[in-house]
Structures are given as structure tokens and as C-alpha cells.
Design a protein around this ligand. Structure first.
Ligand code: M6R
Length: 361
């Protein structure tokens, strides 16, 4: 049931404030992170995060969080590489497998590879009865509800939320965050459903921009820090449902090659909240503007005031606590892909050549 929406994807994007609110209510009780008793990170030397597609980008964001909030070294890989690479696994480590369906063949094989080699395997899944959930030592549901659209939206933000809570738990367990710092981060997460609700109000603006984006042959997405994997996710979302060629890059990589692509016909989406890396990202954005690239700056009021001049368009999101910006900025990335696909008339919920669950390698 699309509940009055034109597509499941639109419904699932709109559901995010509610499902994230539910997940927060489940995992945070009386100001404390509510995870099963065995979830303790104090004695670990390393975490390994493995997934495919959008779930891999959630892991890629989480790597920044585990490192910065908990001082915990993290290795990430896509499951199809990880499983055949057969990497050595430190004994004092956990491996976390992130999957919406819980049935992705490569992710399941990666989980089986880690069994008996690491202290604990953990599944972060949407389908609690899935193979990955059943075979892991511990399964943590992301509580996104059924996701029908092939393009993952609410599962991505719910994966990020659960991973953020794990990173905060790790930070507290390892003495990187004291009680007050933990409380401040939890308060920042609690504000996200409201902020996402506000971000959804940008939809009409994005719908107008999408008409122009639909004409593009290539689109670049740029970001720095935890916004870099979000740039990768924005590009994946756009290509899978609008069939426009899109690439995500770390902003600092621009001058190492992709800047050669820039001309008047290439839109460049710059994901840049006004954070400590903002000036760096803006200087990369200026390099695009100097070559007549069409920049869509996705930022906040401060960022727009400082750097909006000369851009093709500028989206203003509410301000958000720095580490968790990728959760909020996922919304415009999803909406850009959605409205561009609608403008092109593609089959949004069932894009060509793709399946919701990839159970063969
Ligand atoms: O069910 P999973 O989360 O394991 O699926 C992983 C990918 O196949 C999936 O995220 C895919 O990239 C989506 N279509 C992206 O929107």
C-alpha cells in the first residue's frame, strides 16, 4: 500500500522521521543506550564492517564515527571483495555485517568466513528472520519497517542510526566519551527525526532542480569526512533509478583527475554542512565554479550565506550536530534521485536490471 504516494520510494522517504523515532525509542531508554548485555567494546583492537551497495556506504560513514568517537580502528570492505580476499582477522575483534534484506549472498559468505575467527559476529539487519540475522552471533534490527522500493532509503538512515549508537556505546566503553559527552550526542540524535521532517520540506525546491538535472549526462557528487561516503551514496541513488551516470568523490580528490570532466554541462552536487571541513570543501567547489561547472550546494543557512554566491542553486538544511550530518543530508540525496527519476519517467520502484535482494553473487 503506497498510502497515497505515487511510489513506494516516496512513501519510504517520507516515513523516515517516524521510523527513526521508533528506532531511537527502542535503542535509547532513560537517557541510556539500550543494547543487549554482550555489546561491549572495551577490549577490542579492531572492528571490521562488511556490506554491499548502500549498506556498504552506511558502513563507510560509520568508520568515521567509530574512529572519531571511540578511537577504535575500523576496516571496511564490500562483501564481494572481502570474501575472496580472505583477510587475516585479529582475534580481539568483532565483525559487523550490514544488510537490509539479510539475504545478500556475498554478505552472508563474508559472515561465514569470519565465524570462528573473530570474537563476535554482529548482524545489523532490517529483516530479523533473515539468514544473516540467524547466522550471526548477535542480530540488531534497524526497525525501518518493510522497504519495497529497490532504492534503499529509510533502511539506509536506520542503518546509520544503529551504527551511530554502536559507535557512541564504543566511545563510552573505551573511555573516549564521558557521561556528559555521551548525553550530548544522544540529545543530538534525538533531534534528528524533527530535523529530517524539516529537510523533507525542501522537496518542492528539489523537484524544480530535478527537471534540469534530468537533462544531464553525468553528475558528480562531492563531500569530505563522513560526507564523502554520502556523496558516494547520492551518486549510487541517482544512477540506479534515473540511469544518469553519476560519481561520488572525496572533494580533495577532484584535482587528481575528475576535474577534467567539468564543463558547463556537468552538474556537481556539493554536500557541505558548515562543519570544520567546510572551508576546504568550498575551495574545491570554487575550482569547479572557475571551470563553469554548475554547482548545487547542499548546506545550511551559514554555509549558503558564506559560499552560495555563484552557484547554480543552493539548498538550505537545518543545522545538525557535526558527526551526524550524513543522516540528515541523506534526505536531499534521496529526493534528488527520486525527482530526477520521476522527471525522466523511469520505473522508480523497479529500476531496470536490479533486484531488491541480491541472493546470487
Ligand atoms: O539487502 P542489502 O542491504 O544487503 O542490499 C545491499 C545492496 O544490494 C543494496 O543496498 C543496493 O545497493 C540498493 N539497491 C541501493 O539502493
Amino acid at each position: 500500500d503506497k498510502a497515497g504516494f505515487k511510489h513506494f520510494m516516496a512513501k519510504e522517504i517520507a516515513e523516515q522521521p517516524a521510523v527513526l523515532g521508533n528506532a531511537l525509542a527502542h535503542y535509547v531508554k532513560d537517557g541510556q543506550i539500550n543494547l543487549p548485555a554482550g555489546v561491549a567494546f572495551a577490549g577490542l583492537d579492531r572492528l571490521t564492517l562488511v556490506a554491499c551497495g548502500t549498506a556498504f556506504y552506511a558502513c563507510s560513514v560509520a568508520k568515521y564515527w567509530f574512529e572519531s568517537l571511540a578511537g577504535l580502528p575500523v576496516e571496511i570492505d564490500v562483501a564481494s571483495e572481502f570474501r575472496y580476499r580472505e583477510p587475516p582477522m585479529p582475534a580481539r575483534s568483532w565483525a559487523i555485517f550490514v544488510s537490509q534484506s539479510g539475504e545478500t549472498a556475498d554478505t552472508l559468505a563474508a559472515l561465514r568466513y569470519c565465524q570462528g575467527k573473530v570474537e563476535k559476529t554482529v548482524a545489523v539487519v532490517n529483516v530479523p528472520t533473515s539468514s544473516i540475522a540467524r547466522e550471526a552471533d548477535l542480530a540488531l534490527p534497524i526497525l525501518a519497517g518493510i522497504e519495497v522500493g529497490v532504492a534503499s532509503t529509510k533502511a539506509f538512515t536506520c542503518q546509520l542510526l544503529v551504527l551511530a549508537l554502536l559507535a557512541l556505546k564504543a566511545g563510552h566503553d573505551r573511555g573516549h566519551l564521558d557521561d556528559a559527552q555521551l548525553a550530548a550526542h544522544l540529545a543530538a540524535l534525538a533531534r534528528l527525526p524533527g530535523l529530517i521532517h524539516q529537510a523533507l520540506a525542501v522537496a518542492p525546491e528539489i523537484e524544480k532542480l530535478a527537471e534540469h538535472l534530468a537533462e544531464a549526462q553525468d553528475v558528480l557528487f562531492l563531500g569530505r569526512g563522513p560526507m564523502y561516503p554520502l556523496a558516494l551514496e547520492g551518486a549510487l541513488k541517482l544512477k540506479e533509478i534515473s540511469y544518469i551516470h553519476a560519481e561520488g568523490y572525496a572533494s580533495g580528490e577532484l584535482k587528481h583527475g575528475p576535474i577534467a570532466l567539468i564543463d558547463r554541462t556537468v552538474p556537481v552536487v556539493v554536500m557541505a554542512p558548515h562543519d570544520r571541513l567546510f572551508d576546504k570543501t568550498v575551495s574545491n567547489m570554487q575550482e569547479v565554479l572557475a571551470r563553469h561547472g554548475q554547482v548545487l550546494l547542499v548546506s545550511d543557512a551559514r554555509g549558503a550565506a558564506e559560499a552560495g554566491a555563484g552557484t547554480w542553486a543552493c539548498l538550505r538544511l537545518p543545522e545538525v550536530a557535526e558527526p551526524f550530518a550524513p543522516i540528515l543530508y541523506a534526505i536531499p540525496a534521496q529526493l534528488l534521485a527520486y525527482y530526477t527519476a520521476v522527471a525522466k519517467g523511469t520505473d522508480v520502484d523497479q529500476p531496470r536490471n536490479l533486484a531488491k535482494s541480491v541472493t546470487v553473487e
